[in-house]
Every structure is written in structure tokens, then in C-alpha cells.
Design a protein around this ligand. Sequence first.
Ligand SMILES: [Zn+2]
Length: 353
Amino acid sequence: MAEVITRCTRCILPSNYPNIDFDENGVCRVCREFDVKYGNIDWNAREKNLEKILKRYRGKGKKYDILVPFSGGKDSTYTLWMMKNKYKMRCLAYNFDNGFLDPNALVFVKKAATRLGVDLLTYSPDRELLNRVYKRALEATGEFCAACVVLMPTAIFRAADSQGIRLIAAGFSDILESPPPETSYMDRVCFKDIMKSEFNMKELKWNYFFPTFKRMFAVKQINLPNYIPWNLPEIYDTLNRELDFGKNMSSVRYDCLGTPHSSYLFKQRTGFGKYEYLYANMTRAGVISREEALRIVKEREPDEAPEGFDEFLSGIGCDRSVLNGIESKSVFNFRTRNTSFRKFAMSIRKLLP
Ligand SMILES: [Zn+2]
């Protein structure tokens, strides 16, 4: 593999990242855009807004006020902890097993829910069906994670709706976790376009076309990291102290056992790795030092197929032939929802209680 020569001097994005350029100080386009977008956030105002939203739902549900998607990772665990203990919401924790959930994570999820005194709902969809969805997504777009990006939120919304819960609070951080918009995208229109040759609607049984009006008007979702500063050292401290979380900043890892494989496939497709952009996000946001990020990326970003790669592929009905021509595969070869319509719908939803 050719050595990447240039990296952003602030985050660690490499020179083969799409449409990247560096200013005279070696700072990349993504960092400059980040400052424009997130440079002047008024966190006090945001937390006040959060309080306002929560007040509308607190004590209003039948049995629960809020559903918290709970993977057992730091972000969802902290979100659940905050919702229960700081914001005094009656929580239902919801765990979705995509088939690759680390068994240790599930053990932690159950223990933590008990310790928090929160009811837990777990859902393991039909594995055979999931595998077919992963296979189709991987063969068509070069990325199998695309399947979860639609199925998981769909399942979460459906669970909230069926429990009579009108608010979902997740721990997804746009700043820290968003994949590059240049390489990855998924909406339900796109998902349907990818899947339609392999499945009929009935077969998927997912209601993954969760009625849009319901999604729009009946259940609201917020992401806690958009409302309070997401201070990772403090988050780890809290979780280790209160819930024996057993992890820290340098053991940052992902509870999906598919991650090393998806990262390797991503790198084959785009030329740079998932860990590279995830740790670039963290460096840019100031939650990890550049040196530490470079060290972790060097250690984890697989140049060769990770251990168990062939078994992983055969588990979802594929083999290494999916690597043939993977550079030209993309979700953008499929139809996606009209961008201006999507933006309009999202802005309306934001205004609603
Ligand atoms: Zn940068």
C-alpha cells in the first residue's frame, strides 16, 4: 500500500480524502468547515432548549416518557444515565441486536439496566433475513452498514410507537460519528431502490417504510450530544464510577463485531479508513490529541484483511469476490430522496414539539 504523505495538521485526515485541500497552515477543508458550523455554539441556550423539550414529555407517557436506544457503548449508556438521573425521565431502554453485537456488550446492557432501575426491551431480528440484507447492501454499494442505518432507526421508532412513547433520546453525535457525506449516505428511498431486486415488501416484514407522517408528527427524536457538550473524559469517569463501565479514552472501541470488516471494506472502496475519519472527528473536536489519534489509527486501521474476514463474509453469504470493482460501488449509484424535500421535512419536524 502506498504511504499517505500529507495529513491535516489539525485533525488527521489524509490527502486522499474526497475533495480535500489544505490551507497555508496545512489545515484541511473539513476542519475549516467544522469551525464555521460548530465554532460558535451556545451550549447554555441549547441545554435550556433541551429542558424545554423534556418538560413537554416528562410524566406524560403511559408508563414511560422516553425511549433510549441502548447499545452498551459509551454514548448510549451516558444518554440513558443522564435521562434517568439528571433529567428524571421515566425511561425504557431499547437494545437492537444487528447480529454482530459483542456478547460482552449485551451482558453489560442487562447489568446496567438493572443497576439503573430501567426496563429493558431487546430485539433480535431474524438473522437469516438480516444476512440477506447485508449481502445485498454489500454487493450493491460496497458497504453493509447501510442496512443497519435504515433498519435500526426503523425498529427504534416502531418500538417507541408501539409502547406509546412519543420521545426518543439517542446518543448519536453528529460531530464525532458522522461518516463522510462524500462517501456514505442512506435514506429509505435509497434503501428501497437497493433492495427492490432481492426482496418484496411483504418479505422484509420490517415496515421499514415506517409511515412518514407518523415519523414526522407522532414520535420526536433528539440526540443528546446536540444539546450538551460531549465531554468524553467526563463521560468515561461517570460511567466507570456509577456503572463499572470498564473502559476509558484509550480503549475506545466499537461494540459491533462487524466494525473491523466494515472498516477494511470501506478502505478498499475509498482509499482511507473508517478509523481515520472517526479519529479525525475526535481530534478536530478536541476530545483526543492528534498524536494519540495517529497512534490508535496506525494500530487499528487494517491494511490487510482483518482476522476472520473470510468467515465474516461467508457468514453473510459472500466471499472475496465482493472486492472486485469495489472502488466504483456507491450508494450514490442509487436513487435517493430529493434533498430539498428532505431538508424541508426535517426543518418542519424540528419546529414541532
Ligand atoms: Zn483537518
